[in-house]
Design a protein around this ligand. Structure first.
Ligand code: GRF
Length: 199
C-alpha cells in the first residue's frame, strides 16, 4: 500500500516535525509531503528543507485577523500535495470550526498535557501549581473545541520534586518526540487502540 501523504504545520522550532519526519521512513505507513508554517521565520522551516521536505508559508501577518482568508490560503497551499492527514506540530494558531470540519478525522495535534487536564497554554506551570504528580502530552483529533478532540495517544511521566516549568517542558518535549510518531502510526493503521507511553 502506498504510504499516506502527511502535511505538517509548524509555527516555531519544529522539533516535533523533525521527529515525525525522521520516523516516516521505511515501512512507516506515511511520508511527510510538505511542511507549512504561519510564521515566515520559523526555524523549523530550514530544518524541513534540510530534510528535503517541500516547505511553504502562509504568513499570519498577511491576513490581519481575517481567519477565513488565512485558512483559505492555507488550503490552497495544501491542495497540490493531495494530503491525506495533517499533523499540527507546535502550530500556535486556533483553527476555525469550518477548517476543522473540512479536515475532520484527518487533523491531529500534540498538546503538552494529559488532556483533558490543562487545555490551552502554560500547561507545565499550571500542572506544577495544581500539585499534579503525573504530567505528559497528548495526541488528539482536532475539532472545533480547543484541545478537546478524541484522544489518540498519551505519554506520561512523574513530576519530580525538583521540577520547574522549564525542566518539565524539556522532559515532556522528549516524550512528545516519542509519542507523536507512535500515535500517527496507530491512527493510520486504524488500530483504534490508544497509545500510552510511560516515560
Ligand atoms: C511543544 O511543546 C508542543 O507540545 C507545543 O509546541 C511546543 C513546541 O513544539 N504544541 P516544536 O518544537 O515546535 O515541535
Amino acid at each position: 500500500m502506498e504510504p499516506r501523504r502527511v502535511a505538517i504545520l509548524i509555527s516555531g522550532s519544529g522539533s516535533n516535525m523533525v521527529s515525525l519526519a525522521q520516523a516516516m521512513t521505511g515501512d512507516f505507513p506515511a511520508r511527510p509531503v510538505c511542511v507549512i508554517s504561519n510564521q515566515p521565520d520559523a526555524p523549523g522551516l530550514q530544518k524541513a528543507r534540510d530534510l528535503g521536505i517541500p516547505t511553504d508559508v502562509v504568513a499570519q501577518k498577511d491576513f490581519a485577523g481575517d481567519r477565513a482568508a488565512f485558512e483559505s490560503a492555507l488550503n490552497q497551499k495544501l491542495a497540490p500535495y493531495n494530503v491525506e492527514a495533517i499533523c499540527l506540530a507546535g502550530f500556535m494558531r486556533i483553527l476555525s470550526p469550518q477548517f476543522t470540519k473540512g479536515w475532520a478525522g484527518k487533523l491531529l495535534n500534540i498538546h503538552p498535557s494529559l488532556l483533558p487536564k490543562f487545555k490551552g497554554l502554560h500547561t507545565h506551570s499550571r500542572a506544577l501549581a495544581a500539585g499534579e504528580t503525573n504530567h505528559g502530552c497528548t495526541v488528539h483529533h482536532v475539532t472545533a473545541e480547543l484541545d478537546a478532540g478524541p484522544i489518540i495517544g498519551q505519554a506520561r511521566l512523574k513530576i519530580m520534586p525538583e521540577d520547574t516549568a522549564e525542566s518539565l517542558a524539556a522532559r515532556v518535549l522528549t516524550l512528545e518526540h516519542k509519542l507523536y510518531p507512535a500515535a500517527l502510526k496507530a491512527f493510520l493503521t486504524d488500530r483504534g487502540v490508544p497509545v500510552l507511553i510511560d516515560g
